[in-house]
Design a protein around this ligand. Structure first.
Ligand code: MEV
Length: 321
């Protein structure tokens, strides 16, 4: 019979404004997507003591952790967590990872796996999860494997599962949500590696620093306007900033035909705003709707073949209702 030792989950995330510019020290606003989660369950497993196995069907991985390279993100998350825990000896275990999050879809799949894994393993070893601050710091170390220069926004919003205003190397701020925000997320179904997109922006930035600095400054301005708009419940200003942010992401060459098609469809069906989320190149877009337009926008996105369309509302400072 299966003997369960511990379990932990973590949400996905969406960046409302500020992706890419956040890598260059500009602010971003990110929200948790609590409806789509990663779940990590740890079971007793018949293998030598102190051995850990991983079963992660979404990436077709079934392996003894010691046979993974040191720089494998799962192995790194496990090694970092073991280092931080007091308990050093344990009986053999199997870590099972299940995820509803698209991989390479701009929804923080990598950071969510790290956070859930760190929490489940530390609970299993020490009887309680490591403090949020430590979970966040360790998940950030793992993010560096996904792409060399992460801003830290993904691991932070996922660890704290609250809407945040985030700026590199400054304490993050929780964002108060003044009035419910109705959102629809749709997936192009095209995977895109964050590292490729971030490296592409870096290359173009190096070629024309002045132009890119101008774009980043404009995004900063929009993020600050949006921050205030969310807190006072000014949905029209939030819509204006999100639409403008998408145009600037297009100018940075991180949007794509498929993303722009979803964005256009959402707007035509009545969304107040729509933009890509995350690194771009593929992955997901988010549309800002009202209670009345959520359904027609979702239907229109489904009708043009978006891979997964779902709606949720952000209210009372929670990730979703
Ligand atoms: C990825 O979710 C967001 C990016 O801004 C990269 C980062 O912040 O590390 C593209």
């Amino acid at each position: 019979m299966t003997e369960y030792l511990s379990t932990a989950t973590a949400p996905g995330k969406a960046i409302l404004l500020g992706e890419h510019a956040v890598v260059y020290g500009k602010p971003a606003i990110a929200i948790p997507v609590s409806q789509l989660r990663v779940e990590v369950t740890i079971e007793k497993f018949r293998c030598p003591d102190n051995e850990i196995w991983i079963d992660s069907p979404v990436v077709r991985l079934y392996k003894n952790v010691k046979d993974l390279p040191f720089e494998n993100p799962l192995r790194l998350a496990i090694d970092l967590t073991k280092d931080r825990c007091t308990t050093k000896t344990f009986s053999g275990m199997m870590i099972r990872i299940n995820s509803a999050l698209p991989i390479g879809g701009g929804m923080g799949s990598g950071a969510a796996v790290s956070c859930a894994l760190i929490r489940a393993l530390s609970t299993c070893l020490d009887g309680q999860a490591l403090p949020a601050e430590t979970v966040n710091a360790l998940a950030f170390e793992v993010e560096k494997i996904h792409h060399g220069n992460p801003s830290g926004v993904d691991n932070t919003v996922i660890t704290y599962e609250q809407p945040i205003y985030f700026k590199r190397n400054t304490p993050m701020k929780m964002v108060q949500v003044g009035t419910p925000i109705h959102l629809v997320i749709a997936d192009t179904g095209i995977n895109s590696a964050t590292s490729t997109m971030v490296n592409g922006v870096r290359k173009r930035y190096e070629q024309d620093k002045e132009r890119y600095q101008g774009i980043f400054d404009s995004i900063e301005n929009l993020v600050d306007k949006a921050h205030q708009a969310i807190e006072i419940g000014d949905i029209n200003t939030l819509a204006m900033t999100m639409n403008e942010n998408h145009r600037l992401l297009q100018a940075m060459e991180v949007s794509s035909f498929s993303l722009d098609r979803l964005v256009k469809t959402a707007i035509t069906a009545g969304a107040l705003a729509a933009k890509l989320i995350g690194a771009g190149g593929g992955g997901n877009m988010i549309a800002l709707c009202t209670t009345e337009t959520t359904k027609p926008v979702s239907q229109a996105l489904n009708a043009i073949g978006a891979v997964r369309v779902f709606s949720f509302s952000l209210a009372d400072n929670k990730g979703g209702i």
